[in-house]
Design a protein around this ligand. Structure first.
Ligand code: PMP
Length: 352
């Protein structure tokens, strides 16, 4: 039925292009003034020279943005490269790596590549959102003696944020480095860095950030970490010298001046997310969960193949999420796109 019905649904709006809602990208490009400024800057980049291998100016700018000295900042070719560096620095074959379940898919991939044992603690579905049983996490941590702990906060894909006080306990009691992956931090209420300052950041903590989400710059591939100097130096041991290129550096240095755009866009996405969540929850059979990312996590009453087939024909791309700990139904993660795309998709879902 949904397929037939959908083939009859006519868009009332002119073609808005594909709605790519499966990678948690920002649907808005950075402002034209930023692009214009970059154009001007390009002429003065010495393209025949390697970048400064210490990335000093970039680390200083990022540190000052976060309130930390450059010595506490690492940079990478996307957050993905920093994650790879963390595995190279801290994980050997046979070691345990502890994460939430579900979690960012790259964590499992890196465990496989490194030959590590991937130990997970399942998030539970409460009435409105997913939650971590903190005591279970602490127990598991004590039992499996991990060499690295990765907590995506907000979690990808559920959007839930482990409470700060629980996080503090995990960091305090952890036998190893704890990575708090804040790729989506701008869409939520707080950061683990709120607990600490440059003089009190724990020796075993690394906070991961990226330009790919709220900054709308996934194309430049820039991730960064804030940590103790000890963790920075461990990452320096495994980093390749020119891992961040000059153009990326210049874009980031310019982007950091556009903080109002960053705040406004984030607010707009959060507003759209909350309204979309409310509407989706109202649709028959759908179960949508509150979260702090730029996406909505939900259980679909429509089997995935049907849902995906029907939406793809209309230009919508969603992400199916395997949920081994919750095998009751088909789970999907829907990135928050432009308001008009979300409205149009709700219209399609309503008719299924
Ligand atoms: N962490 C999480 C939780 C993510 O979802 C992503 C990207 N989807 C990343 C890190 C990596 O982002 P990037 O490599 O684009 O910086």
């Amino acid at each position: 039925l949904p397929v037939d019905v959908l083939s009859l649904v006519r868009k009332e709006t002119p073609d808005m292009g594909e709605a790519v809602l499966d990678k948690n990208e920002n649907p808005f490009s950075p402002p034209p003034a930023l692009v214009e400024e970059l154009r001007g800057r390009m002429a003065s980049i010495p393209l025949n020279r390697y970048p400064d291998p210490t990335h000093e100016s970039l680390r200083e700018a990022l540190g000052s943005f976060a309130g930390y000295p450059a010595g506490c900042v690492s940079v990478g070719n996307g957050g993905d490269e920093i994650l790879s560096m963390l595995f190279s620095a801290f994980v050997s074959p046979g070691d345990s790596v502890l994460t939430l379940s579900p979690c960012f898919s790259q964590y499992g991939h890196l465990c496989r590549v490194q030959g590590a044992r991937h130990v997970t603690v399942a998030l539970g579905a409460a009435e409105k959102c997913f939650e971590l049983d903190g005591e279970l996490f602490l127990d598991t941590m004590a039992r499996c003696s991990p060499k690295l702990i990765l907590i995506d906060r907000p979690n990808n894909p559920t959007g839930c944020s482990v409470p700060l006080e629980m996080l503090r306990r995990i960091i305090d009691m952890s036998p190893c480095e704890v990575v708090v992956d804040e790729a989506y931090v701008d869409f939520g209420p707080d950061s683990v860095l709120d607990l600490y300052g440059p003089d009190s950041i724990p020796d075993n903590l690394l906070v991961l950030r990226t330009f790919s989400k709220a900054w709308g710059l996934a194309a430049i591939r820039l991730g960064w970490g804030v940590s103790s100097r000890r963790v920075v130096s461990r990452l320096e041991d495994v980093r390749s010298p020119y891992n961040v290129n000059c153009i990326t550096r210049e874009v980031a240095l310019i982007a950091l001046k556009y903080r109002q755009w960053h705040r406004d866009t984030t607010e707009r996405i959060v507003y759209t997310r909350d309204r979309f969540l409310e509407s989706l929850s109202g649709l028959q059979g759908w179960r949508a969960y509150e979260g702090n990312g730029n996406f909505v996590f939900a259980r679909s009453p429509v089997p995935w193949e049907l849902l995906d087939g029907a939406l793809r024909r209309e230009g919508f791309h969603l992400r199916r999420i395997p949920m081994p700990d919750h095998s009751d139904g088909d789970w999907v993660r829907i990135s928050v796109g432009r308001e008009e795309h979300m409205r149009e998709m709700l219209g399609l879902l309503e008719k299924m």
